[in-house]
Design a protein around this ligand. Sequence first.
Ligand SMILES: [Zn+2]
Length: 393
Amino acid sequence: MRKAYKFRLYPTQKQEYKLFWILARCRELYNAALSERKDAYTYAGKSISYYEQKRDLPEIKTEIREEYQDIYSQVLQDVLLRLKRAFDAFFRRIENGEKPGYPRFQGRNRYNSFTYPQAGGFSLTHDSRVCFSKIGSIKVKLHREIQGTIKTATVKHEAGQWYVIFSCEVEQPEPLPIVESEVGIDLGVTHFAALSDGTFIQSPRYYRKVQKKLEKLQQALSKKKRGSHRRKKAVHAVAKAHRRIANQRRDFHHKQAKKLVQEYQTIVFEELEISNISKRAKPKQDENGKYLPNGASAKSGLNKSILDAGWGQFQQIVSHKAACAGRTVLFVNPHYTSQRCSQCGTVRKKSLDERWHSCECGAELDRDTNAAINILGVGRTQRGATCVEAPSF
Ligand SMILES: [Zn+2]
């Protein structure tokens, strides 16, 4: 099983210069190789393979562009391999009857990484530095422990900062001991999640907090002149804020997922159709170009909460952890789970702002808890029949 670790790199000014230089050469090679493939096909009707292009590399280095000798050879080979993968994907999609875009030439802002595909080209030293062949040793911040064997290292420039991403081969962890418990989970807006045992996982509110800051940054960005240095800086600041939110959210998801998987043998979720809910209502304009009220702002509040919660990512993380631990995750049809009484089965329509489930049978409980119990119930009856079961081993 592969696992990726991303760490911040702190190159010196001189090293950063070299990193940019390598990036530029790699992008140049990528575009040249793409152009060769394209021309060969257009003018001669033949296709050129990765191996043919790879065979030309030594000659390029000795006769055409000697400066390529200052780049580790496997890094250059990996550039050609990336192009090969782009073409493989392109042809695969054509075979599947899709209409893919032809592999694209890479602009300066799109091509932002290069890879050392084998451990021989780089090494991690004990004093927190990564030694890259033909670059030197760069300081790295190892903020978490690496598990498994490091296979490849990718150097990436992202929002003004440098990172190394190690791809590691890790052993399949031992399955957790089997427990008898099961849980239904209702993911929501009021709480991040309601569990069928009556407990809740509260939503982290960091997004709203950082949102204010983000809005300010975005405003500042809109005032900067296109192509200016200041604009570039503002773009980085915005990207950085987004990245911070995403990281915090992922951390939160991992922590909660770990708890659930440790505690429950079977976890039942509703199938999500987030794409419908989170679509933003388009603002309407009248003939004079004035905006008409159409509930767009109200909806964006709900959107925010939904995106905030990032349900899809959470379900993915839970499924992944569960599969590794020998647990089961089920997804059930969400119909009526919030309308039906979990105790007597009576279906009664509720509006979205009705937060409490109160039934003639005497049932009194939180709306979302009621839904979670129903989700678990559907999971139990459908088990092994119509629901999708995550692989367990
Ligand atoms: Zn009832």
